[in-house]
Design a protein around this ligand. Sequence first.
Ligand SMILES: NC(=O)c1ccc[n+]([C@@H]2O[C@H](COP(=O)([O-])OP(=O)(O)OC[C@H]3O[C@@H](n4cnc5c(N)ncnc54)[C@H](OP(=O)(O)O)[C@@H]3O)[C@@H](O)[C@H]2O)c1
Length: 274
Amino acid sequence: MQVSEIASRGIALLGCGKMGSAMLAGWLDQGVSPDAVWVIDPNPSDWLRQTGVQINAPLPEGDKAPGIVLIAVKPQMMGEALPQMQSLGNGPTLFISVAAGTSIATFEDLLGSQTPLVRAMPNTPAAIGRGITAIIGNTQASIADLDRAEALLQAIGQTVRLESEGQIDAVTGVSGSGPAYVFHLIETLAAAGEAEGLPADLAMQLAKATVAGAGALAEAAEETPSQLRVNVTSPNGTTQAALEVLMNEADGFPTLLRRAVGAATERSKELSRG
Ligand SMILES: NC(=O)c1ccc[n+]([C@@H]2O[C@H](COP(=O)([O-])OP(=O)(O)OC[C@H]3O[C@@H](n4cnc5c(N)ncnc54)[C@H](OP(=O)(O)O)[C@@H]3O)[C@@H](O)[C@H]2O)c1
């Protein structure tokens, strides 16, 4: 499905910060007409102003009402921001939310239980079109609605479909919060290089390129990441020496990441309970 075709019935974007701007940039690149987009944001950026979309203008009503409302405000602004969209609830307009921690039930309370809705969990590589977004629809969302949501969200990277809303917490623990774990891996890999005597900027360049290159290889290769690891581990070599530390059952990566992802998942559950 073409994004420009989906947008022909109009898209309202509520909140145009980092996530909203990344999506809007992707849609415009894919040929969406600025005339089809209404953005609501209290402090429009300079970038937004020069896109030609309608900013803080009244939304068209009745037959001309936007086919899709995409919600990209911070969860704590939801109570203030969403009422402006309430009149579009319980109708044909599809609502898509990328807000962390705001449940389908909360949206149904605010917008009406007959509102077609897709809840999505993106991540920050969205800023360069390399994000991954997991989606789940409510009972009112049709297959076509999920297709439309997926096509719009593919402007910021890959998409995957979930089987239940309960999976969102674990997705948050893996991919939602995951980029920060990888940033920390880069920091600590570079610091370890420095501790072994490398200049700081060289260690950082090596660490960034290693993580980016290994990530790209893991995505592109036919082999599993486990096989790729085995392929670069010669018996009694340097990699094996490091992996004996990292794969240690007591305090290596498996235990550490299990605890880290568990903590993020638990926090996501707490936040969605309010
Ligand atoms: N960034 C991520 O990696 C990431 C990952 C997963 C999920 N998300 C979700 O994506 C959503 C947006 O995050 P973000 O990083 O893009 O945040 P952000 O950069 O702060 O963007 C939010 C935008 O909404 C605007 N806003 C505030 N109140 C509003 C209102 N009443 N009506 C309309 N717009 C309003 C903000 O304006 P002001 O700046 O002037 O307040 C800002 O431009 C959040 O719900 C977050 O949970 C983000």
